[in-house]
Design a protein around this ligand. Sequence first.
Ligand code: MN
Length: 250
Amino acid sequence: MKRILVSNDDGIHAPDLRALVDRLDETGEVSVMAPMTEQSATSHSLTLHRPLRVRRMGERRFAVEGTPSDCVLLGVKRFLEHRPDLVVSGINQGPNMGEDVIYSGTVAAAMEGALIGIPSVSFSLATWEERDFAAAAEIANRVVARLLEMDLPPRFLVNVNVPALAAEEIRGFRVTRLGRRVYNDAVIRKTDPRGHEYYWIGGGAPTWEPSPDTDFAAVEEGFVSLTPLRLDFTDDAGFEVLRQLEFSLA
Ligand code: MN
């Protein structure tokens, strides 16, 4: 039986995590290593400056007083008896598309898995409203089962966004690229009751550049979006620009 390590950034008690684990139990031996409390938008942070406490919540179930990346690292290096075949992160409440994958704790947990050489996948449900996660969990289980059949390269990483639709309304799957967000009024300035200014990041409704092969377009049109991601951020065009500058100490 294949082994699956599940983590998330909404915390071990999140209903979305439970919905996912209930389905994945049919597909593999599931271990859960998830943050004790919600860690959304913590990105790829590791806890380096304080002790990391781990609480055992049940058989192969652990809660960590840390970030999603901490969970995957501790799980693989210390807590799991066997190296998992796949790291699964999610299901996140809220989309993780375009540049938002940079801030996402959900994607970071999967990225940590890929960094330590285990194929990994992150799942997000593209709505911030309270939802029944059953349809998304069903889709996630289907994707995981397919991935486990494949002989994936060790640093394989895929980010999945599921549209917030009933199962029968989802139109299918699309392999996509990361879209590009347009930030409208991304930082809002207000005045508090004592007359002091404060700022609030993330105001205004998110919009994105229209482009047909992106994650945004797929989800908007009712498809499950699967975006392969790479860990090598090196920009080939930038590489050539810098080489032409011919930096030298002479
Ligand atoms: Mn989250």
